[in-house]
Design a binder for this molecule. Structure first.
Ligand code: GLY
Length: 275
């Protein structure tokens, strides 16, 4: 039996839901759980509608810094604040499989990517530029007081993309993001922090989306993972999401038996299973 769950971030845009369903169907055809989650995230990184890879949010200063991670039981790979690559998730996978390290950041992550053959690429889109300008204007006008105000998400964002998979006993998770909203250069969200935005172990895998700072404070993915088996996966995810109140957040999770997608805002997602 194989199953995959994908999410495309917190967003009300209908196209994101349509695309995520197509990508889930493609990803489930891969040979392994790891290949499936990496392929699912790669497809979303290449789709400019999502805030990951091409289409990533800009920082305050106009630069684009991206985080991505992959995790399987007992191993992990991540890149933090990587720039000028097309697919951060592929570099994160290579950190896990082809380096002695687990996490590479900034210039070091870029150098490693070049060493692995990933060429210079500019992920900037006109939409990201417009989003940044619109957001700065709203902040200046005092229309938004907190950058994680739910209103802000509704209008302007999309967030981290992610996937979790269970393929004949193999478990894997992957995430990628251009970073939530308009943040300072150098800021790190939850996605590349194991236990916060991503976790995978023998019991299953969890990936989160939403305000990274709040997700890190609550170690959301590990909080859900550590409860697997105590209750239904749906109930565990729902209870952990409820703790965030109206702070935007979502999760996808998978075990050998269950799979779920839960959020407190609209979160495009797809669940595909195959015997
Ligand atoms: N959830 C993505 C971030 O906070 O960067």
């Amino acid at each position: 039996m194989r199953a995959i769950v994908l999410h495309g971030g917190l967003s009300i845009r209908r196209e994101l839901q349509e695309h995520v369903e197509i990508y889930a169907q493609k990803a489930i055809e891969m040979d392994t759980a790891l290949e499936a989650v990496v392929e699912a995230v790669r497809l979303m990184e290449d789709d400019p509608l999502y805030n990951a890879g091409t289409g990533s949010n800009m920082r305050f200063d106009g630069s684009i810094q991206m985080d991505a991670a992959v995790m399987i039981p007992g191993d992990f790979g991540a890149v933090i604040n990587i720039e000028h690559v097309r697919n951060p998730v592929l570099v994160a996978r290579d950190v896990m499989l082809h380096s002695p390290h687990l996490i590479l950041s900034g210039d070091g992550a870029v150098s490693f990517a070049r060493m692995r053959g990933y060429e210079y690429y500019d992920p900037t889109t006109e939409r990201a530029r417009e989003k940044r300008e619109k957001t700065i204007k709203k902040l200046k006008m005092g229309e938004i007081s907190q950058y994680y105000h739910p209103e802000f998400f509704r209008e302007l964002l999309g967030d981290t993309v992610g996937a979790v998979a269970f393929f004949e006993g193999e478990i894997a998770a992957a995430v990628s993001t251009g970073g939530t909203s308009l943040t300072l250069r150098g800021r790190v969200g939850d996605s590349p922090i194991p236990g916060a935005g991503i976790f995978a172990g023998d019991k299953g895998a969890v990936v989160a989306t939403g305000i990274g700072e709040e997700i890190i404070r609550r170690m959301l993915s590990l909080s859900i993972y550590s409860r697997i088996g105590d209750d239904s996966l749906e109930k565990i995810c729902e209870e952990e999401i409820r703790k965030f109140g109206d702070i935007p957040v979502g999760v996808i999770a998978i075990t050998s038996e269950e799979r779920c997608a839960r959020s407190n805002m609209v979160m495009p997602h797809a669940i595909v299973t195959r015997d």
